[in-house]
Design a protein around this ligand. Sequence first.
Ligand code: PEP
Ligand code: MN
Length: 357
Amino acid sequence: MELNKFECGYLNDKNISIIAGPCSAESEEQVLETAERLFKQGIRIFRAGVWKPRTKPGGFEGCGEKALPWLDKISAKFNREMKIAVEVATKEQANQAIQYADILWIGARTTGNPFAVQELADFFATIPEYFKDNLWVFVKNPMAPDLDLWIGAIERIYKAGIKNIAAIHRGFTVAEKTIYRNEPMWNIPIELKNRIPSISMFCDPSHISGKRDLISSISQQALNLGFDGLMIESHCNPDEAITDKAQQLTPEDMCCIIDHLVVRDNLDSTEDMKVLRGQIDILDDELMRLLSRRFEVCKAIGKAKKEHNMPILQSSRFKEISEKRANQAELIGIDPKFVHDLFISLQNEAIRLQLSI
Ligand code: PEP
Ligand code: MN
């Protein structure tokens, strides 16, 4: 999949794209004031939720269609220098929003539903070439930590002839309660980028954190990992926001946080990194040699088990190995869970090899 790179909305001299605006468009005055204050700070892409997917019925579900002309007014006020981003979940919403917005994003609840994503993709397949070339579709991760579902949604949109696709990491629902509203599980967006290297990656620290205090550290982590941009919720009067008030920031506070972020955009390897990478390559060679020897011994054990008519899986030994190495890991400062899982994985592979003898 070859996607176009998203290259706009850079904030002042920083080489990262910023999309900012309220969780919901609540009134014409609220979006206008927020957009004016954001524009003054240098923000050039304005987000606002028009149709709000709410967990339970009865809450504020957004102003709907009537909010779209408010967003158009913002765009006109700044001579189209302020781009507009809106969430869409159905083909009817996409059809209305496309007349006013430069970016449509697919929300987490929609990405997880292949029927809904396919409906949107079928709509995108019918839009005129002009829109195909200029419109951007951002795909948020699904609520569940399921990378294939996220990639599947991106593929559906891509197959509709859209190459302007970017991804937004907004964290995942997990069973345990943690400090995050949605667990970041950074390994998932990292793996998405490995699978689709051309994709522009955004992070939405607002929905990951659920509260203002964590937005700075989550944003910095995203930049350390080489993300291309941030989508952050900003409201002219956060404490009065109808939705997501605990996580919204004033335009000024938000831009102050962004000002303090360190952008890592030097892609050249320095001399000290080249030396360190050389060391890693040598260590990896050694690991591969040890792995190969370990599996040879496993195969010999497999033959012996067969000769002596012993079962391949010996649960107590399986458990003993992974627990012993996890305890050892703790003593030498390596994450015990990582080592535990690593040894489970090694032993599963050994079982697979022994089954084929
Ligand atoms: C939003 O961006 O306001 C939103 C509803 O986000 P998500 O789909 O990530 O929950
Ligand atoms: Mn929100």
